[in-house]
Design a protein around this ligand. Structure first.
Ligand SMILES: O=P(O)(O)OC[C@H]1O[C@H](O[C@H]2O[C@H](CO)[C@@H](O)[C@H](O)[C@H]2O)[C@H](O)[C@@H](O)[C@@H]1O
Length: 322
């Protein structure tokens, strides 16, 4: 069965859609086959093609046309608008977030790849910037802060290099407290939790082998909250920033607890349990879009949270000093 490509235009917008058609499936005997055109292309009007498609295969074709419409740039824009309504920019919603967290203990959870560092081809070169490191360091000075990563703990530590943080490596299966000591936990044990310690040497970063125990980044988040003494606390406000499927377990836990919120770092609409979103400029877009998107990066979100902390501190000082 030979495929042909059809170029469909509406004659006004100048936008042509290119689609592969299988002549025997789409054009029945009562629909005239299009004449052969050079280089395998046929040119027919969009109206005519849609009419033919409906005659030929009814509902199945309608579904196909719908899916083509759904992948058109206009539809993508609408999808993105609807998605952004449901998951607004965390920075644009900052007042809402600060009001919800006022008077509560913020605990920060940060994914590494794609959140603190850009996604790059070589996983061994996924460095975080010094500016991001400085922000995370400041953050840890204000709130208990944990890095929750799919990477093994040592590897993620070698990238972040901040001794004052909690690290949950191997998808949360290997949790360690700050090696520098913590003001949030009196003498934390060096290793806090290894629910599947016997599996840790086998968790290969490339093959992504994971033991079939019910443990994930969501469980790690709960474990850390408990270790910090916030298990049954109503005045704790966990914030989790992450970018991928494995972070969804943590977003889900926050949604179910009705505490704090998740922030998904993503440029494209995705199914998510996160409440808010952030976009991170890619290297390619950095020069042109940095100004527009620069204020929507995880680093700036963290900085905004730090500013909020300063506001709270000033308010508290004012209250104390009357
Ligand atoms: O939980 P995370 O900290 O987000 O780690 C998830 C995985 O991140 C790494 O892979 C991803 O980042 C790489 C570097 O940017 C990229 O090359 C790769 O395509 C991404 O999937 C890491 O290599 C994995 O081991 C982590 O599980």
């Amino acid at each position: 069965m030979t495929k042909q490509k059809a170029v469909v235009g509406d004659g006004k917008s100048g936008i042509d859609m290119s689609l592969a058609v299988v002549p025997t499936a789409l054009f029945t005997t009562d629909v005239k086959k299009p004449p052969f055109m050079p280089r395998g292309y046929i040119k027919i009007s969009k109206k005519k093609l849609l009419k033919n498609l409906e005659i030929s295969s009814g509902a199945r074709i309608n579904t196909w046309v719908e899916s083509m419409r759904a992948s058109s740039p206009t539809s993508n824009r609408q999808d993105k608008t609807t998605w952004m309504d449901r998951h607004p920019s965390a920075l644009n919603s900052f007042d809402e977030i600060t009001n919800a967290s006022r008077g509560k203990q913020i605990v920060m959870f940060l994914d590494y790849d794609g959140t603190l560092s850009p996604i790059v081809d070589d996983p061994d070169r996924a460095y975080m910037s010094d500016a991001m490191r400085a922000t995370v360091r400041k953050l840890a000075g204000c709130f208990p802060t944990a890095i929750v990563s799919g990477r093994c703990r040592d590897k993620v530590y070698n990238f972040v290099k901040l001794a004052e943080l909690y690290y949950a490596g191997s998808h949360g299966m290997d949790i360690k407290g700050p090696s520098k000591g913590s003001k949030y936990m009196k003498s934390p044990p060096s290793v806090l939790c290894q629910p599947a310690s016997e599996f840790l040497p086998m968790i290969d970063e490339v093959l992504e082998i994971r033991p079939t125990i019910k443990w994930d980044k969501g469980k790690a988040l709960e474990f850390l909250l408990e270790s910090l003494g916030y298990a049954n606390c109503t005045d704790v406000f966990p914030i989790y920033i992450g970018d991928d499927r494995t972070d969804e377990d943590a977003f889900k836990v926050l949604r179910e607890r009705g505490q704090g919120f998740g922030i998904l770092v993503s440029k494209i609409p995705k199914d998510t349990n996160a409440s808010y979103s952030l976009q991170e400029p890619s290297e390619a877009n950095a020069k042109t879009k940095c100004l527009k998107w620069g204020d929507m990066s995880p680093r700036n979100m963290c900085t905004a949270i730090l500013d909020f902390k300063n506001v709270c501190t000033v308010e508290q000082v004012k209250t104390i000093s009357g």
